[in-house]
Design a protein around this ligand. Sequence first.
Ligand code: MN
Length: 256
Amino acid sequence: MRNVRFRDPSGEVRRGEWTGDDGAEIHAYPDHGSRIRLEDDRYDVDEVDVLPPCEPSKIVCVGLNYADHAAETDSEIPDRPILFLKPPSAVAAHGDTLELLPGKERIDYEAELGVVIGERCRNVAADEAEEVVSGFTCVNDVSNRDDQRVETNWVRGKAFDDSAPIGPVIATPEEVPRDAAVRCRVNGEVRQDSSRAEFIFSIRELVEEITTYMTLEPGDIISTGTPEGVGPLEDGDTVEVEVEGVGTLRNEVHIP
Ligand code: MN
């Protein structure tokens, strides 16, 4: 099942199931509040505002998790995952125009598989990690290389507004194959094309390592790193991140 959060034409925030791919339909879940709905509420994706599928208190990102990307950045394969954070203010939804920083030489796309946490957890052993994962989404780890290369903690480089588009849905784990494709397209051209099977650190290892240090909350995301093929975004580009089994996260780029 692929779950979407959206604002319906009356302005109400609701959840539903996303069926089909492009030109998909949303079947809203019935409300359990005071309002009684007699109709079977179905919407075309185009007639609603798709919202971020969850509201993370933080996104924990993995720096290098594909050997081919480590090679293209001349980095050693690390002994343990490199971690950094994106705050809630960085989140953008499917369909949002990304308002990126002016005056930078290079702001890159990075296609990533996002692991969505389903329950508050700490000190989760690798072999219990699947119990705390509610599903998977697409993440674009938009990265400002100008500042990233001259600072240690990547706050300007990674945590700026609109640097974390997520969505369009949360797919339940069984929807996403073990070797799910992870792709990026810019203006329809494939720039990254790899697979979950290429991870250096598995999702279970990442959950164990991260929860050794911090509590994860429902809706938090672990973004599992990007494969080879990163490159710059330009004003007017359309950037897409596709994770097989999840779907395609699409955004336009505006750089003033
Ligand atoms: Mn990344």
